[in-house]
Unconditional design. Structure first.
Length: 279
C-alpha cells in the first residue's frame, strides 16, 4: 500500500479506527475523516504510535451536513492530486427521529446520502489514480430493510431507529451496485461489505439491547478485516459491484438486486443532495 492514498470516514473509533491501523501497517497514506478534532487528533497519534507510520492526515467533517461534506471534498482536493481508496465507513444509529440542517432524517443523511455525495464529489480524484477502489460498509441488517420512496424520512413509524437504519444499509448496497454499473469500463471498482455484528459505540442509548446481543459481538479488529482486504488485496483487483462478508464474496438480499429501485434511489439521492451528475 506504499504510495496509496486512502480516505476513511468515521476513523476515530470502532471499525474505522481498526481499518486505519491495518492500512497504516501496510504503509498507506491515510486521511482520517472525523467530526471531533480532539478525538481525531487522539486517533491520529494512536495510529502513528502503534504503526510507526507518520503519513497520516486529519480532515474534519460533519457528515450529517451536506455543506460539510462538500467542504471535505474541497479540502482534500487542495492537498492531494489523487485518491486510491475511499472507505465510506462512518455511520449512525438514532433511536429517536431527528433531522439534519438540510431537513433530512439523520440516519438516512449520514448512512446513505453522505456516502453518495462524497463518492461523487471525489470521482475525478479517484479517476486520477491508476487503479482505485470505493468501499462501502453496509450491514447484514440490510436484509430487513425496505426502500419506501413515499416515506424515506420514516414518518410512518421509526421503531427506535431500526427501520431507518435497516433502510439506510439496504441503500448502501443499492448505491454500490448502481455506482459500479455507472463506472463500468473505468479503473474504479466499487464494492460493499457486511463487517459482522461488531462491538462499537454505534448504539449508545439502547444498552439493554447491546447487553443481550453481546455474546454475538466481534471485536472492531475482526470487523475491520474485510474492509482492509477490499482496500489492499490483489485478489479483488478489477472486481466490482459485489457484496462481501468475512473476506468472501456472498449474496446480498434479493431486494438489493432490483435495478429499478437502485436507479430511482440514485435519482432521488441526486435531487436531495442537489448534485448535478455526469451521465
Amino acid at each position: 500500500m506504499d504510495g496509496k492514498v486512502c480516505m476513511i470516514t468515521g476513523a476515530n473509533s470502532g471499525i474505522g479506527l481498526s481499518t486505519a491501523k491495518g492500512l497504516a501497517k501496510l504503509g498507506a497514506t491515510l486521511i482520517l475523516v472525523c467530526r471531533n478534532k480532539e478525538k481525531g487528533d487522539k486517533a491520529l497519534r494512536e495510529i502513528q504510535y502503534e504503526t510507526q507510520n507518520d503519513k497520516i492526515d486529519l480532515l474534519l467533517a460533519d457528515l450529517s451536513s451536506q455543506k460539510s461534506v462538500r467542504d471535505l471534498a474541497s479540502s482534500f482536493k487542495t492537498k492531494y492530486d489523487k485518491l486510491d481508496v475511499l472507505i465510506n465507513n462512518a455511520g449512525t444509529y438514532c433511536t429517536k427521529r431527528t433531522f439534519t440542517e438540510d431537513g433530512i432524517e439523520t440516519t438516512f443523511a449520514v448512512n446513505h446520502l453522505a456516502y453518495f455525495l462524497l463518492s461523487n464529489l471525489l470521482l475525478d480524484d479517484l479517476k486520477a489514480s491508476s487503479s482505485s477502489r470505493i468501499i462501502i460498509v453496509s450491514s447484514g441488517l440490510e436484509r430487513q430493510g425496505k426502500i419506501n420512496f413515499d416515506d424515506l424520512q420514516c414518518e410512518k413509524g421509526y421503531f427506535f431507529g431500526y427501520r431507518a437504519y435497516s433502510q439506510s444499509k439496504l441503500a448502501n448496497i443499492l448505491f454500490t451496485y448502481e455506482l459500479a454499473h455507472r463506472l463500468a469500463g473505468t479503473r474504479i471498482t466499487v464494492n460493499c461489505l457486511h463487517p459482522g455484528f461488531v462491538k462499537t459505540n454505534l448504539i449508545r442509548t439502547r444498552r439493554l439491547i447491546t447487553f443481550l446481543l453481546s455474546p454475538l459481538q466481534i471485536t472492531p479488529e475482526k470487523g475491520a478485516e474485510t474492509s482492509i482486504y477490499l482496500a489492499s488485496s490483489a485478489e479483488v483487483e478489477g472486481i466490482t459491484g459485489k457484496y462481501f462478508a468475512s473476506k468472501k464474496e456472498t449474496k446480498s438480499s434479493k431486494g438489493s438486486y432490483d435495478e429499478s429501485i437502485s436507479k430511482r434511489l440514485w435519482e432521488v439521492s441526486a435531487e436531495l443532495t442537489k448534485l448535478e451528475l455526469k451521465e
